[in-house]
Design a protein around this ligand. Structure first.
Ligand code: NAD
Ligand code: IPM
Ligand code: MN
Length: 358
């Protein structure tokens, strides 16, 4: 058997099918020793034969692959979104990928909608809990269709779940540096414990408990509403942010805005020691699909994150440097002020990586 790392590639729907080929092209240009296997999971397959995830699909991914690279799921022809739930949330929940790591890094001042922000000012990471919260989809509807209808969506928070995501955040802080080499030093927990007292109480207690184990790291707290205001007013103070599943989803779209938009944001869905999944933060953007206009940089930076996770640090750095250079030389798509198409940006970055290789 080849010693190469095995990567499952699931482009999915919409612009996922356009940005993932660019990410793959860049991975291949690095010559990292990886074998790629494609899966057609997504709306087309679901509409054709009713399959969302084939039987034993998650077991197969965990057994046969070292990592999974995903595009996006979501298609107007599947209004229930059932395939996205079963495939994407299926991977996160059934493979127990509890840490959703979403770096927020400004590559160039020109990309930030805030005045006067430089790359050194915006370099933080959101660690989003990925297996609990309202996403467990537990609840009930009573008196459906009447004026007395009541819909209950349960927000599940377990001691073990909260503790492990906070542990991940403190460890991440202890072990990682910012892009300019300064050590990370602060973990900020974001909740809504002033209104949601059961869940908030647990998050507060566990955060105190774990903070005490890391005296060298400063523990901070903001309510999620105040955090949103702070993020657009002055994001310079953020370092490592840990939060629950739902707030993490919302604040990382906001944070994507700081980086230039959803097209720039990368993420990993991680369970240390297990097959983990990497995907850009953005969705399938149906209005952009099929037009060669989607920004592939989020997907390409996601590929760099995945390669780093697999131990290919040098390859990962080359990709990040090439993306940075593409931004600086304005070889970029329309969403961030450029004129190039999806594949032209991918091609430029791949070319740059290949020059760095030679
Ligand atoms: P979206 O992220 O697809 O798009 C939001 C906005 O950002 C749109 O204006 C879009 O044009 C823009 N955008 C997103 N990615 C871009 C890129 N690469 N380049 C340039 N512009 C980009 O979110 P949405 O519109 O709320 O959702 C569309 C579909 O995607 C829905 O079905 C949703 O459920 C799904 N979705 C999937 C994922 C995922 O698979 N991880 C994430 C978010 C949304
Ligand atoms: C994301 C997406 C998903 C989420 C949707 C598609 C279920 O918005 O990955 O950020 O809410 O987690
Ligand atoms: Mn989201």
């Amino acid at each position: 058997m080849s010693p190469n790392k095995k990567i499952a590639v699931i482009p999915g729907d919409g612009i996922g099918k356009e940005v993932i080929p660019q990410a793959v092209k860049v991975i291949e240009t690095t010559k990292a020793p990886v074998d790629l296997t494609y899966f057609d999971w997504g709306a087309d397959r679901y509409l054709k034969d009713g399959t969302t995830v084939p039987p034993d699909g998650f077991e197969m991914l965990a057994r046969d692959f070292d990592a999974i690279l995903v595009g996006a799921f979501g298609d107007p022809r599947v209004p229930s979104n059932i395939h996205a739930k079963e495939i994407l949330l299926g991977m996160r929940f059934k493979m127990d990928l509890y840490a959703n790591v979403r770096p927020v890094r400004l590559l160039d001042a020109s990309l930030c909608p805030l005045k006067g922000m430089e790359p050194k000012d915006i370099d933080f990471v959101v660690i989003r809990e990925n297996t609990e919260g309202p996403y467990v989809d537990r609840g009930s509807i009573a008196q459906k269709g009447t004026e007395d209808e009541v819909a209950i969506q349960e927000d599940v928070n377990t001691y073990k779940g909260v503790r492990r995501i906070m542990r991940y955040a403190f460890e991440y802080c202890a072990r990682n540096k910012k892009a300019d080499g300064t050590p990370r030093s602060r973990v900020l927990m974001c909740d809504k414990s002033n209104a949601m007292t059961y869940a908030g109480g647990l998050w507060q207690r566990v955060f105190k408990e774990l903070g005490a184990e890391y005296p060298q790291i400063k523990s901070e707290h903001l309510y999620v509403d105040a955090l949103c205001a702070q993020m657009v007013r002055d994001p310079r103070e953020f370092d490592v942010v840990v939060t629950n599943n739902m707030f993490g989803d919302i604040i990382t779209d906001l944070a994507a805005g700081l980086q230039g938009g959803l097209g720039m944001a990368a993420s990993g869905n991680i369970h240390p020691g297990r097959t983990s999944m990497f995907e850009p933060v953005h969705g399938s953007a149906p209005p952009l699909a099929g037009k060669n206009v989607a920004n592939p940089m989020g997907a390409i930076l996601t590929a760099a994150m995945m390669l780093r996770h697999l131990g290919f640090e040098e390859e990962s750095r080359k990709i990040e440097a090439a993306v940075l250079e593409a931004v600086r030389q304005r070889n970029i798509t329309h969403d961030i002020g450029g004129t190039l198409g999806t594949s032209e940006v991918g091609e430029w970055i791949a070319e740059r990586v290949s020059v760095a290789n030679s």
